[in-house]
Design a protein around this ligand. Structure first.
Ligand code: ATP
Ligand code: MG
Ligand code: MG
Ligand code: MG
Length: 477
């Protein structure tokens, strides 16, 4: 089942059940507290909070998402992309918990011939919030799940709120058991590799107050209008349905992975580190493509910097695969061709994308070339001096002046048989960050007058600014 078909089956299923199909919003979120759209519910936040009356009682979408928070997981786990598609069904004070559970179970277990995803029900497990006996009872009654395959988890895992006073509620997550070759049979509460999370159901049912942390808050009362917010990972279903090992081997991602293998002359599956690099290239090229299609331009700050970092990490990964020459002229068209059926904007905006991506690659290759000669010199000097450790200030100079990421310096030093004085490097970085913070503070004070107005404008709209995982998103890179 192709990724596009998984997406279409989703939309058809919920459209047939009275949901308005809403097209994916841009990756660049309208919400000023968010750098990117990180979940399917982001465009619906005003309806969930009741700020704006929902124009429809129920909706469905397949939303383009970027989660930079997951960047270090890419290629190492089976399931984390920096870009991915989150399918969602939403109820704004319309149906609630029982119906949400029933829909999820029906779509997952209806046979492929009858329009569902055709999972074997014996492979599905769920987690519920530990006090949500209601959800447990429903999973048993609606899905016939045995006790063993319903696991209770605490607030840290299965409770959702905004980080501020406002709506919140328990979650229930659905997992697929990949089988004994992936680990012991303990259920998703103890193993997130054998048990793959595919779908999160959020039951927005309470008004919360005194929200001090993810797990410390007070439940005030039931909400008069309860909402449903769900998110299913399209790539995760794709990798299960396509019988491949991870999301990077699915039809929309694999062509770039194969090309990275071909261009480097290395075989995918032969060496773990190389495999991770090929997956990183495939993931990052796609994410960069999608970001540029939505108007993001590489730069040194904000979303532009995230994009720059994705592009540079792709270049670096290709280099670590032994390719010094430019490869974006081949990798980007391959990613475009894999994505254009679902997202025509990658084709219509391709001139812009090509111009930006190819220039960025050329510049960074230049950076790498000049940085590499500095590094080679420093390596020779260090060896001459009879030590085996590259000084921290060399690593800092490479980072600061040549844009050399520290892990690249570490890796290249290691190849030359040296270590790096990491603690000296870290303290130089800290010094620089402290200085930058002081500068930013000075700048903020200078802008104080203006912020009065924006505070005034934001009044009454503050309820939804505190998404814990959403906010941390902006701090990652
Ligand atoms: P995980 O625990 O695997 O990191 P999550 O709990 O952070 O996932 P949610 O915030 O619940 O994910 O998002 C809803 C769904 O979106 C998940 O159940 C999963 O199927 C999918 N999803 C989340 N993050 C990613 C990602 N980085 N790449 C691909 N799919 C993802
Ligand atoms: Mg996560
Ligand atoms: Mg999770
Ligand atoms: Mg989850």
């Amino acid at each position: 089942m192709h990724t596009a078909e998984i997406r279409q089956r989703w939309l058809d299923f919920f459209a047939e059940r009275g949901h308005t199909v809403v097209p994916s919003a841009s990756l660049v979120s309208d919400d000023p507290t968010l750098m990117f759209t990180v979940a399917g519910m982001v465009p619906f936040i005003p309806y969930m909070s009741g700020l704006i009356p929902a124009p429809y009682p129920r909706a469905t979408s397949v939303q383009k998402c970027i989660r930079t928070l997951d960047i270090e997981e890419v290629g190492k786990t089976t399931r984390h992309g920096t870009f991915f598609q989150m399918a969602g069904n939403f109820s704004f004070g319309d149906y609630f918990k029982e119906q949400a559970i029933a829909y999820a179970w029906e779509l997952l277990t209806t046979s492929e011939a009858d329009g569902g995803y055709g999972f074997d029900e014996r492979d599905l497990w769920v987690t519920v919030y530990e006090d949500d006996d209601e959800a447990i009872e429903m999973w048993k009654r609606i899905a016939g799940l045995p006790d063993r395959r319903i696991q209770r988890l605490g607030k840290a895992d299965n409770y959702w709120h905004t980080g501020q006073a406002g709506p919140g509620g328990p979650c229930s997550e659905i997992y697929f058991d990949r089988g004994p070759e992936f680990g012991a049979e303990g259920g998703p509460a103890v193993d997130d590799s054998r048990y793959l999370e595919i779908w999160n159901l959020v039951f927005m049912q309470y008004l919360l107050d005194d929200v001090k942390s993810k797990t410390d808050f007070t439940v005030v009362r039931e909400l008069p209008k309860k909402n449903i917010d769900t998110g299913l990972g399209v790539e995760r279903v794709a990798f299960l349905k396509q019988g491949v090992a991870n999301m990077y081997e699915t039809d929309q991602v694999r062509p770039v992975l194969d090309l990275a293998a071909q261009l480097s002359g290395r075989r995918y599956g032969a060496n773990h580190d190389d495999d991770v690099r090929m997956r990183v290239v495939a993931d990052h090229v796609r994410s960069a493509l999608m970001l540029m299609a939505d108007g993001v331009t590489p730069s040194n700050e904000g979303g532009g910097y995230v994009l720059r970092r994705l592009l540079r990490r792709s270049v670096r990964s290709m280099r670590l695969l032994g390719v010094d020459a430019p490869t974006f002229t081949e990798l980007f068209p391959a990613s475009r061709d894999a994505m254009k059926a679902a997202y025509p904007e990658v084709e219509t905006n391709y001139d812009r994308i090509a111009r930006l991506a190819y220039a960025e690659e050329e510049n960074f290759l230049g950076t790498l070339a000049s940085g590499t000669s500095i590094l080679d010199l420093a390596v020779a000097k260090t060896k001459q001096a009879g030590t085996r450790q590259l000084p921290g200030d060399t690593a800092f100079l490479l980072h600061d002046t040549f844009g050399f990421p520290i892990d690249l310096t570490l890796e290249m030093a290691e190849e030359a048989g040296l270590t790096v004085d990491r603690s000296a490097f870290d303290s130089l970085m800290l010094e620089q960050r402290t200085k930058a913070k002081a500068d930013a503070k000075a700048k903020k004070t200078a802008l104080a007058d203006l912020s009065v107005y924006s505070d005034f404008r934001a009044k009454g709209e503050t309820v939804f600014t505190g998404y814990e995982y959403l906010q941390t998103e902006t701090k990652v890179l």
